[in-house]
Design a protein around this ligand. Structure first.
Ligand code: NAD
Length: 334
């Protein structure tokens, strides 16, 4: 049976979701909602959907959607997801799950109560390099993770929505917009709850009202530790860079996102360049894989592969960083 999907928010992320869902069989995008009416119309036209200016109207459009993708500014995540769940619609939720921890918990509870699938868009888990690293760790090829380095840097220029620089609309700065991806990858690969968090946050430019840099030292319940660094300058600073190093008891894995993944240790010495999939299927091929996983969970009546608790774990980690960081009092998540 065809699954009807409504895309709420047709900006940068929403447009990638449209590409991802369009590429799947037996799925139809029936509605695209965006406060920018021209954008809603343009994006709806390219996938044969009905455009809406108000996301609420898209929830009871005709045909009624079975699922929604929430790709709106952070302050709208909780209201949108909770209303969709109350309508019995499955929810694919952009990161961060909410702009506060309390919002994240409300979303998780609303979806659980309604019995709908909730999946969090940590879309980078669907990239080749991340899948390979996780498989090597699960197969025991580096023993037990002990010391990790997680570094992500992504410029926050005029190519991004201006709302990300407003604490009221975004809930925080570079940590919530970009750093959440790196925190999720770390928690996923180490596979242990956070124990201790030591952190500082800074702005890089005088006028910024949200943090643009984060440095944290983390320890996990399994005794692993990590150095975690996020930078989001608002001056031109070149390409996004993201790398991870996981030193285990028997080997090390190094990930250069969108470039390569390599392992040394425990009988394995291998480096894989990962550009082929992007060259073949497009740079954002991971959005299609994410959409497939979401649809499969709905069709099979299963929990999503990245469920609400993964989103909550990341929000809790952010909360602890803000609590310890210089901007804690202003930006602490509730
Ligand atoms: N997973 C990823 O790789 C990725 C990448 C970028 C953004 N994101 C996430 O996606 C979400 C959206 O971010 P973005 O960068 O696409 O932002 P964006 O500014 O490009 O798009 C947001 C859209 O929401 C619309 N909008 C704002 N208020 C609205 C309202 N009340 N009703 C309807 N539409 C409204 C805006 O007009 C805009 O087009 C955020 O949660 C962000 O963190 C995820």
């Amino acid at each position: 049976m065809t699954l009807n999907v409504a895309i709420l928010g047709a900006g940068q992320a929403g447009s990638r979701h449209i590409d991802g869902f369009e590429a799947i069989e037996d799925v139809r995008i029936t509605a695209v909602a965006d406060a920018d009416a021209d954008l809603a119309r343009r994006e709806a036209n390219r996938c044969g959907a009905t455009p809406f200016e108000d996301w609420r109207d898209a929830l009871d459009g005709s045909p009624t959607p079975d699922a929604v993708v929430v790709a709106l500014p952070h302050h709208l995540h909780a209201e949108t997801a909770c209303r969709a769940a109350a309508c019995g619609l499955h929810v694919l939720m952009e990161k961060p799950m909410g702009s506060t921890l309390a919002e994240g918990r409300r979303i998780e509870e609303a979806c659980r109560t309604a019995g709908v699938v909730l999946m969090i868009c940590f879309v980078h888990r669907f990239r080749d390099e991340a899948i390979q690293a996780k498989a090597w760790i699960e197969a025991g090829h580096i023993g037990v993770p002990v010391n990790c380095l997680e570094t992500i840097a992504s410029p926050r220029g005029s190519h991004l929505g201006s709302w990300i620089n407003s604490p009221d609309l975004s809930g925080g700065g570079v940590l919530l917009y970009t750093g959440v991806h790196a925190m999720d990858r770390l928690l996923w690969l180490v596979d242990s709850p956070l124990r201790e968090v030591h952190a500082s946050t800074r702005t890089l430019t005088a006028a910024s009202r949200v943090e643009e840099a984060v440095a944290a030292l983390l320890t996990f319940d399994n005794d692993a530790m990590a150095t975690f660094s996020v930078s989001g300058p608002s001056y031109p600073a070149g390409e996004t860079g993201w790398w991870s190093e996981i030193y285990g008891t028997e080997g090390v894995i190094r990930i250069r996102s969108r470039q390569s993944v390599e392992i040394k240790g425990n009988g394995l010495d291998q480096r894989i360049e990962v550009g082929d999939t992007a060259a073949r299927e497009g740079e954002h091929y991971n959005f299609k894989r994410q959409a497939e996983a979401f649809v499969q969970a709905i069709r099979n009546g299963q929990e999503a592969p990245i469920p609400g608790r993964a989103g909550l774990a990341v929000l809790e980690a952010c909360q602890r960083i803000y609590d310890r960081g210089d901007y804690g009092p202003q930006l602490a998540l509730q």
